[in-house]
Design a protein around this ligand. Structure first.
Ligand SMILES: NC(=O)N[C@@H](CC(=O)O)C(=O)O
Ligand SMILES: [Zn+2]
Length: 437
């Protein structure tokens, strides 16, 4: 195996003395001190930096096909690589919906052509995300894109019988159902968390029970089906409690939290700025606290970005008219450092766990989220924990600019991302893998 990259003087998981890490095609070749790379390898100075397994995002909206004016596999992959991701799961709410193998295989192929991050297509649970008829999950799972996760995200699979069938089917296929937990009868017209802030601002409220009732129901359905269920973007303290309870009953449930639900609360809505509109909505400080604690103690398994690009004209309007969703791929690590590492809730091993190892395990990726050891796949990210940077939407790789962190100064920066032993991003520049088809 030819050495491709030598990372010098880096601290693995931020622990112990600095070492050199030599990467070949695909794998980690050697870890030690004073390693020699040979003439052809690229040398990266890892001084003061931390080496982690490449991040895995279970919840990314890439908007291709259908809304290429807001994001494409190209631009979203660049954002992912710059954010330290080596694998992303592209949600099915595209146009056309990814409810057939034609679309899921297309998304997978586009990801390989772009060559910056492994783009795994998510298949829809129901035809057209309409919640009436199951999509052909088996066919999508057997395609070249090998769909491992199914979700109607953006919408909830709210018919309990249909959800039960989907879970039964998923168990026999060995795939994962990810639920956007929202009881639609409780969120008619809802744009903001139901609470004092929404009441004062005259915004229609989205009660916590809309999420929690579906989380509880789906835990019971998963139990009966002998299936696993994954909860998208957990946003309430009650969801944390319900997941904890379900797991104590031996139910196979996992849950993700977004960076924005770890940092922001509904006090942001005072400005009426549509940039803060998101589903599920920003909640109260007590929910933010509970989500942080739940992530720290493992009740919430992982961080997922819910990267949701939207056009300027769809975000700058009056709050209730703005489309829900926020960018997330390039800011996720910094928000995790700000909300979890700085307050002492997670160490760097913990960051590796919630941003890489657990998401890979949940979805069954065997080449991601692996320990940093010789012979393991060289999917890695190099992080400078001390740099601070100021977020500017226009400087991000996404076509859309709808970051809620505009002008905020955040800690920590991804300096280098490595996919299969090759550098895909370095100091903000991206380098597609060529010849991957
Ligand atoms: N989170 C959002 O507010 N929006 C997402 C859909 C979703 O994840 O529910 C989108 O596709 O824009
Ligand atoms: Zn959703």
């Amino acid at each position: 195996m030819t050495p491709q990259v030598l990372i010098r003087n880096v601290r693995i998981y931020g622990e112990g003395d600095p070492v050199d890490v030599l990467l070949g095609d695909e794998q980690i070749l050697a870890i030690g001190t004073g390693l020699d790379a040979g003439a052809d390898a690229e040398v990266v100075d890892g001084k003061g930096q931390i080496l982690l397994p490449g991040f895995v995002d279970l919840h990314t909206h890439l908007r291709e096909p259908g809304r290429e004016d807001t994001e494409t596999v190209d631009s979203g992959s660049a954002a992912a690589a710059r954010g330290g991701y080596t694998a992303v799961f592209a949600m099915a709410n595209t146009d056309p919906v990814a409810d057939s193998v034609v679309v899921t295989d297309h998304v997978w192929r586009r990801g390989r052509e772009v060559g910056l991050v492994d783009v795994h297509p998510v298949g829809a649970v129901t035809v057209g995300l309409e919640g009436r008829q199951l999509a052909e999950m088996g066919t999508m799972a057997a395609g070249v894109g090998r769909v491992k996760m199914f979700s109607d995200d953006g919408k909830c699979v709210h018919d309990p019988l249909l959800m039960r069938r989907a879970l039964e089917y998923s168990a026999s296929l060995g795939v994962l159902i990810a639920q956007h937990a929202e009881e639609p009868r409780l969120t008619v017209g809802a744009v903001a968390h139901e609470g004092p802030t929404a009441a004062r601002l005259g915004l229609t409220g989205w009660p916590r029970a809309a999420e929690e009732s579906v989380v509880a129901r789906d835990a019971l359905l998963a139990r009966d089906a002998g299936a696993r269920v994954h909860i998208c973007h957990a946003s309430t303290a009650g969801t944390v409690e319900l997941v904890r309870w379900a797991r104590s009953q031996g139910i196979s449930i996992s849950a993700e939290v977004t960076p924005h639900h770890l940092l922001l609360d509904d006090s942001r809505l005072e400005s009426y700025d549509g940039i803060n509109r998101v589903n599920p909505p920003l909640r109260e400080k007590s929910d933010v606290e509970a989500l942080r604690r739940g992530l720290a103690d493992g009740t919430i398994d992982c961080v997922a970005t819910d990267h949701a690009p939207h056009a300027e004209q769809d975000k700058c309007c009056e709050f209730s008219q703005a489309r829900p969703g926020m960018l997330g791929l390039e800011t996720a690590l910094s928000i995790v450092i700000e909300t979890m590492v700085r307050p002492g809730l997670l160490d760097w091993r913990g960051v590796a766990k919630v941003m890489s190892e657990r998401p890979a395990e949940i979805v069954g990726l065997d080449d991601q989220g692996r320990p940093i050891e010789v012979g393991e796949p060289a999917n890695l990210v190099l992080v400078d924990p001390d740099t601070e940077w100021t977020v500017r939407g226009r400087e991000l790789a996404s076509i859309s600019h709808n970051t809620p962190y505009e002008d905020m100064t955040l800690p920590g920066k991804v300096t280098t991302t490595v996919l299969r032993g090759r550098i895909t991003a370095r100091d903000g520049e991206v380098f597609p893998l060529t010849g991957e088809r």
